[in-house]
Design a protein around this ligand. Structure first.
Ligand code: AMP
Length: 180
């Protein structure tokens, strides 16, 4: 089983394209569009993301705009949880809570609907990639403002050198498919 998993993860990694100097010089952008385009890796990525949380009680998957939406809704469906978007400022129509955070390139703000979930609900925070961990940390702070309980983090890719994990609570599982 271990070697099957390893082969699956190698297949997924082979469909992640490295684009040097995008969106600006010095950034090696990890492009997941080939992973999405291939029907096998599209399905396998979803299944592999869900696997560590199969036996957890999850109320919602929180997906971070925009690439966290691509697999976040699949992950929510797989876990029979709901999906809640964390979005850039000004996109959500109802009352919001917001947080500012630092990106690998630049600074940004994220928002979530103030009535997104109930006090005590259990959530997983998902994004395609964790770099510095700033956006996942900001999403965590949004969840905490509303009294939610982050029971896990889910990423397809981790850029290990940027040590984003260290921005997240050390006692909460952080599940990553591919560490680069
Ligand atoms: P961070 O907040 O630094 O962990 O950055 C994570 C967010 O920025 C995710 O939403 C990623 O999609 C995006 N991101 C940061 N660095 C990269 C990269 N090298 N390649 C692709 N996406 C990236």
């Amino acid at each position: 089983m271990e070697s099957v998993n390893r082969s699956i993860l190698q297949l997924l990694e082979s469909e992640i394209r490295n684009i040097p100097d995008f969106p600006r010089p010095g950034i090696a952008f990890k492009d997941i569009t080939p992973l999405l385009k291939n029907p096998d890796t599209l399905e396998l990525t979803s299944r592999m993301l869900a696997r560590p949380f199969r036996h957890s009680q999850v109320d919602y998957v929180i997906g971070i705009e925009s690439r966290g939406f691509l697999f976040g809704t699949n992950l929510a469906q797989d876990l029979h949880a709901g999906f809640i978007p964390v979005r850039k400022p000004g996109k959500l129509p109802a009352d919001t809570v917001s947080e500012t955070y630092a990106l690998e390139y630049g600074e940004d703000q994220v928002e979530m609907h103030a009535d997104a979930f109930k006090n005590g609900d259990k959530v997983i925070i998902h994004d395609d990639l964790i770099a510095t961990g700033g956006s996942a940390r900001a999403a965590t702070q949004l969840v905490e403002k509303l009294g939610g309980d982050v029971i896990g983090y889910s990423f397809i890719i981790e850029l290990q050198a940027l040590r984003g994990r260290e921005q997240l609570p050390s006692d909460t599982p952080c599940e990553v498919l591919i560490s680069l």
